[in-house]
Design a binder for this molecule. Sequence first.
Ligand code: ADP
Length: 217
Amino acid sequence: MRQFAIIGLGRFGSSIASTLYSLGYDVLAIDKNEERVEDISDRVTHAVQADATDEAAIRTLGLRNFDVAVVTIGNDIQASIMVTMLCKELGIPKVLAKAQGDLHAKVLLKVGADRVVFPERDMGVRVAHNLVSSSIVDFIELSDDYSLVELSVWPEWVDKNLQELEMRVKYGINVLAIRHGSSINVSPRSDDVIREGDVLVAIGSNQNIKRLEAHNQ
Ligand code: ADP
């Protein structure tokens, strides 16, 4: 049974805490703001008011016995760095921290964060892609260079097979799966035919995906 400590109960932190709890995990939620602690108290295992930069206070909470700590302190960058460092010093195996920007992320990794997330930036990227393109149903950035996208089928693709479409040559993407209604073909063959209303799951460089989006406008 994994135990999670969520430190900083803004919108992002509270949503992680209550989701993990609803999935059946043991969740300790910490914030220095009493109101935020009260708000979440019946949606987590324990909710505690404490300043997480206070080493003695977090030692008392037994944080070192947790498997995962998620540091979701947002605007107070100094506190987020200190708390991330403290969590690693206590020996928590996995510490995930939320960053405001690249420099903040770099420092978090330097002080020992195992993973850094950028919820605002990531959501911004997804929303922007959805806004400019009617065909990119969803968008997941895999690295700085590559992304996974769901593409709805263009009219000129309908009733052609993958070999005829030459997606890799023409658009620089690899088709990983084809969704047809509620069924999904996860190992498409070159003679599989695309139908109207299908959704393709494809991987490609961000540059190629941008080109696909531009074509669609
Ligand atoms: P979001 O953008 O996810 O809403 P916020 O920056 O608004 O994030 O929320 C961060 C939370 O972290 C706030 O509730 C704040 O009280 C809490 N916080 C900030 N510093 C500390 C600290 N030293 N110890 C505990 N909680 C903190």
